[in-house]
Write a protein that binds this ligand. Structure first.
Ligand code: NAP
Ligand code: GDD
Length: 354
């Protein structure tokens, strides 16, 4: 432990946002700890591709296991905790509702309880979401901090529980707990099941002749899509405020899944109508139809604004997927493939003498 550095604990460090946030905080001079859960195949490809796997300190813990969380928080003894771990795929929350609520709702309660008992001065960021709005929208056609919540999925119900608990712990115990209500944000490190990455990955394969169909569900759904590296900066800013609070982070633009498809195929020089098939398998029992966030509060309070446009986002993702498949084709091994080569990992194990 480097006592000259501020310490931070990130849950979900192996995910898209966790990896970008870890890189951002390392550059700010923090000592970065992250919890990783035990899975059968190591999942360090994002940390590897950002070249930070050997710069972060990993602790084995799970959001469903309070004892492991308690140990992770005591060992890292952080000034700030970013709770990014979640069962984050809305579609799967209909298949695994209990696990989703356990991780996304109760998992956060476990963190709050550990912090309340261990050190109430730790600042906590909770990864909240635009999914909370469901079909709620203002008369101006936007969602902001005053728009009512109406979750449409077990995923969003779990996140709403966490958001309520954040407010309750803030008011009851004077704890610094803030929510970032982030609208969709994507990147070259996005999981393959999310619609943006599914599209850019598949269009890249089609372009290289490795695939000839793209099966999608609801093409009419509209989302406010931003770029993940822009968004992790807002997480840090939210925890640097004088008081805990909740902030919407978005681009204030909305685009349909169909528009995303059209743009990705346009970049590939192909006509999307020849390749895209709608498939009931990818439709949800209850989908959120429209999201468009107003980020004025964050902009007025600490000057945050998105830096990447919709077209730039699609281009970055498509070009990186094309590049990966091209290199894969050429037989090159790179971080995306190399999940079984974890390298020089700093892992903090349980000590015998505790
Ligand atoms: P992601 O890529 O799916 O990452 C989720 C992370 O949570 C992974 O590191 C995963 O570990 C970890 N995790 C899952 N279950 C866990 C458990 N039981 N114990 C410990 N760790 C667990 O998600 P993301 O896109 O980075 O999103 C980060 C957070 O922001 C999530 O809470 C998400 O709900 C929220 N959010 C995301 C968006 C968005 O558009 N990206 C928008 C609003 C809110 P493994 O690697 O082992 O699976
Ligand atoms: N995943 C997926 N796959 N979605 C599809 C498909 C498909 O084949 N076809 C259409 N869609 C539609 C979904 O029905 C949804 O309306 C939209 O595309 C976006 O789906 P996802 O990319 O899976 O993201 P999401 O909006 O459900 O959830 C993401 O954003 C939330 C913030 O609003 C996740 O990152 C959540 O964790 C996050 O909270």
């Amino acid at each position: 432990m480097d006592l000259n550095k501020k310490r931070v604990l990130i849950t979900g460090i192996t995910g898209q946002d966790g990896a970008y946030l870890a890189k951002f905080l390392l550059e700010k001079g923090y000592e970065v700890y992250g919890i990783v859960r035990r899975i059968s195949t190591p999942n360090y490809w994002r940390l590897q591709s950002l070249d930070i796997l050997d710069k972060v300190i990993l602790i084995s813990a799970d959001l469903t296991d309070m004892a492991s969380l308690s140990e992770a928080i005591q060992k890292s003894n952080p000034e700030e905790i970013y709770n990014l771990a979640a069962q984050s795929f809305v579609g799967s929350s209909f298949d695994q509702p209990l696990n989703t609520i356990d991780v996304n709702g109760l998992g956060f309660l476990r963190i709050l309880e550990v912090v309340r008992n261990f050190n109430k001065s730790i600042r906590i960021y909770q990864a909240s979401t635009s999914e909370l709005f469901g079909d709620s929208v203002s008369s101006e056609g936007i969602q902001d901090e005053k728009t009512s919540f109406k979750p449409n999925s077990p995923y969003a119900a779990g996140k709403l529980l966490a958001m309520d608990l954040a407010r309750i712990y803030r008011e009851s115990y004077d704890m610094f707990v803030s929510n970032g209500i982030l609208f969709n944000h994507e990147s070259e490190l996005r999981g393959l099941e999310f619609v943006t990455r599914k599209i850019t990955n598949e269009v890249a394969k089609i372009k290289l002749g490795l695939s000839n169909e793209l099966h999608l569900g609801n093409l009419d759904a509209k989302r406010d899509w931003g770029y993940a590296p822009d968004y992790v900066e807002s997480m840090w800013m939210i925890l640097q405020q004088d008081k805990p609070d909740d902030f919407v982070i978005a681009t204030n633009e909305t685009h349909s899944v169909r528009e995303f498809v059209e743009e990705a195929f346009r970049l590939a020089g192909l006509d999307w109508r020849e390749y895209v098939k709608t498939n009931e398998q990818f439709k949800r029992p209850y989908d959120v139809r429209y999201l468009k966030g107003d980020y004025s509060k964050a902009n007025n309070k600490f000057g945050w604004k998105p830096k990447t446009t919709f077209k730039e986002l699609v281009k970055k993702m498509f070009e990186e997927d094309l590049n990966r498949w091209q290199r894969h084709f050429d037989g090159e091994v790179f971080a995306w493939d190399a999940i079984n080569h974890p390298g020089n990992i700093k892992f903090l194990y349980k000590s015998k003498n505790k």
